[in-house]
Design a protein around this ligand. Structure first.
Ligand SMILES: NC(=O)c1ccc[n+]([C@@H]2O[C@H](COP(=O)([O-])OP(=O)(O)OC[C@H]3O[C@@H](n4cnc5c(N)ncnc54)[C@H](OP(=O)(O)O)[C@@H]3O)[C@@H](O)[C@H]2O)c1
Length: 248
């Protein structure tokens, strides 16, 4: 029970990695505020996990982030941990990317982190053992075609993580995980950005040193480690979890 009675907000909990994080945090005794847009998937997950509530909304809205924190305090009386997983691709090269899509991608992948942290940090600081884990991407360090908004937002999210880790130490440990290709709907959507969309996912798999895609559970294990006291001397780190693809 690595997170017994810890109260956690998990964004992107309706699918892929965020859902796996929610399931693993729950097994470890956490109480959860689950965030996402899809009402059916969100309510179904909350029904499966004890001590959890689902809040539907768009993370790019500041007031929704305020409400996530209120839900944690009203339902569970405290807040200890944030796990950021909501994300979007916003595909298109700089010349053809509509300004609205640029801004939306930056809002969902970057500003949403600012909005939730702004509201959550004063509550997390009230107790020892606070932790924030931000799911970014290897796209913070490596460029991909038609991903300018995505790469820029993920690199900025790593920079924001490092700044906050300095600002809020030693009260709160703040780290980023940087996944490579993980088998979720998001990865299959990203295939259309590449020259050979039909083989893009297989190509990514073959480009890893470990010769497989990541699973949401691989990511949940690292998120749990960083959120728990097992990582009590780790803050300000951006950890790649990518089957070795960045080093290939
Ligand atoms: N899959 C990969 O290969 C990969 C690699 C590196 C990094 N990542 C990052 O990993 C994170 C999780 O992605 P995933 O692969 O697990 O994708 P996924 O299965 O498509 O899940 C994405 C999640 O983000 C939520 N979301 C998206 N836009 C939102 C918004 N405006 N407001 C609220 N929630 C929103 C979705 O909610 P609804 O479904 O309810 O709309 C969903 O829960 C993302 O930040 C992504 O950038 C993915």
């Amino acid at each position: 029970m690595k997170l017994k009675n810890k109260v956690c907000i998990i964004t992107g909990a309706t699918s892929g990695m965020g859902k796996a994080v929610a399931q693993s945090f729950s097994k470890e005794g956490a109480k959860l505020v689950l965030s996402g847009r899809n009402l059916d998937r969100g309510n179904a997950l909350a029904a499966q996990l004890p001590h959890s509530v689902f809040m539907e909304g768009d993370v790019s809205e500041p007031s929704y982030n305020e409400n996530l924190v209120k839900a944690a305090i009203e339902n569970f009386g405290q807040l200890n941990i944030l796990s950021f997983n909501a994300g979007m691709l916003g595909l298109g090269d700089v010349v053809n990317l509509p300004e609205t899509l640029w801004h939306k991608t930056l809002n969902v992948n970057l500003s949403a982190i600012f909005y939730l942290c702004k509201n959550a940090i004063p509550h997390i600081q009230k107790r020892p053992g606070g932790a924030i884990v931000i799911n970014t991407s290897i796209a913070a360090f490596k460029s991909f075609p038609n991903h300018p908004a995505y790469c820029a937002s993920k690199a900025a999210a790593v920079a924001l993580m490092k700044q906050m880790a300095v600002e809020y130490a030693p009260d709160i440990r703040i780290n980023a995980i940087c996944p490579g290709p993980v088998d979720t709907p998001f990865l299959w959507d990203s295939a259309k950005a590449f020259k050979n969309p039909d083989s893009a996912v297989e190509d990514a798999k073959n480009a890893t040193l470990l010769n497989r895609l990541g699973t949401p559970e691989d990511i949940a294990k690292l998120t749990l480690f960083l959120a728990s006291e097992d990582a009590s001397w780790i803050t300000g780190s951006s950890m790649t979890i990518d089957g070795g693809i960045l080093n290939a």
